[in-house]
Design a protein around this ligand. Structure first.
Ligand code: NCD
Length: 357
């Protein structure tokens, strides 16, 4: 099967930018800031963003045409070196719902000059000459840091002051997914404090769980427990665990879902990331370890919620299982998708001008 990756660069090329480039803290002001890590946020920034998101949702419900002024005259470019449905289309929809415009390479990035061997540093600077914001998804850890580094250099030479927003940085982070996930938890449970949150599946390669776990710690959740359920080979990376520990979060690791399912408030299910495995045999050996089906969900609390960043494959059983799960009021992944567009609207409006939303 296709691995969903347009180009296969040396996956360590960008990693050095993790130490070369320090992303700016938001510190209450999003204007002109690259968004590449959840570590840029603090609790107040999250409150500002989520208030703006709730306000946008209210204005959409009121059919407020004023939203179309929020990014009018601004241009967003999408640069996706990996497959995407939700992140790509929700960003595009978000920009257009705010009155902004969107451009992308006519035949996908694989037919841009990347095909001729152009590197990321040059490609992002080309795009930064035309667009105000670039949404980047790339298979390398550190790629969004590299983009931010070169865009800062470019800013000294050109009219536009382009911003990069990460849409997924290899197995590193996926900050906007974590923002929409946290917004959804607030929406459904009204709080983060005191919750028992369980992340299941490929915690090693899953950038969504890396970012969400860190964001929960950054929020400073009180009496919140994070349970990580994964086979040993796919457990949460040590650097994330030490980040959480440093922030005083209670973390439980187990490979037995039933240790924690019965007292979990938020179940966050994930796909085993086939495209990140070097050896197909080790993927095959592990791919069926955790499968969410209606009988499994039956053992969860009546007021639990079931989240998933999607796409889903057989980690949620068959197509019939999907339908049965979707009919359970505890499943919230379609709300996550809608919230993704709303959170990205708020973020684009803030980053592109600090406009009141
Ligand atoms: C995730 C991703 O790309 O990391 N998808 C998404 O953005 N909603 C999760 C995945 O691919 O499994």
């Amino acid at each position: 099967m296709s691995n969903g990756t347009a180009a296969r660069p040396d996956l360590r090329q960008s990693e050095r930018f993790l130490s070369l480039y320090t992303p700016p803290k938001i510190d209450g002001d999003f204007t002109g800031k690259h968004i590449i890590s959840v570590e840029q946020f603090d609790r107040r920034d999250l409150q500002i963003l989520f208030d703006a998101t709730a306000s946008i949702r209210k204005r959409i419900r009121q059919h407020d045409r004023g939203l179309l002024a929020l990014t009018a005259g601004r241009l967003m470019a999408t640069l996706f070196y990996e497959a995407s449905t939700r992140t790509d289309l929700s960003f595009q929809a978000a920009m257009r719902h705010l009155g902004g415009e969107v451009v992308a390479a006519s035949n996908g990035v694989q037919f841009s000059s990347i095909y001729k061997g152009e590197n990321l540093a040059d490609t992002v600077r080309a795009v930064g000459c035309y667009a105000d914001v670039i949404v980047l998804r790339h298979p390398e850890v550190g790629s969004s840091y590299e983009a931010a580094y070169y865009l800062d250099l470019l800013r000294q030479q050109v009219m536009r002051q382009p911003v990069v927003i990460s849409g997924g940085d290899g197995v590193g982070e996926h900050p906007t997914q974590a923002l929409l996930d946290m917004f959804t938890i607030f929406d459904m449970k009204g709080r983060i404090d005191g919750l028992d949150i369980t992340m299941v599946g490929d915690l090693r390669h899953g950038r969504t769980v890396h970012s969400l776990a860190k964001l929960i710690a950054i929020y400073g959740a009180q009496d919140t427990t994070l349970n990580f359920v994964a086979p040993q080979e796919l457990s949460m990376p040590a650097n994330i665990l030490s980040f959480l520990e440093g922030r005083g979060l209670t973390v439980n690791q187990t490979d037995n879902l039933y240790d924690v399912l019965g007292h979990t408030d938020v179940i966050y299910w994930t796909r085993v990331q086939e495209e990140r495995f070097e050896d197909p045999a080790s993927y095959e050996a592990i791919k069926d370890r955790f499968i969410m089906t209606p009988p499994v969900l039956a053992q969860a609390k009546p007021d639990a919620i079931l989240m998933h960043p999607l796409p889903r494959k057989h980690e949620m059983g068959t197509a019939a299982d999907h339908d049965a799960l979707d009919a359970d009021p505890r499943t919230v992944y379609f709300r996550q998708m809608e919230n993704g567009m709303l959170v990205r609207m708020a973020l684009l409006a803030k980053v592109l001008g600090g406009l009141w939303v």
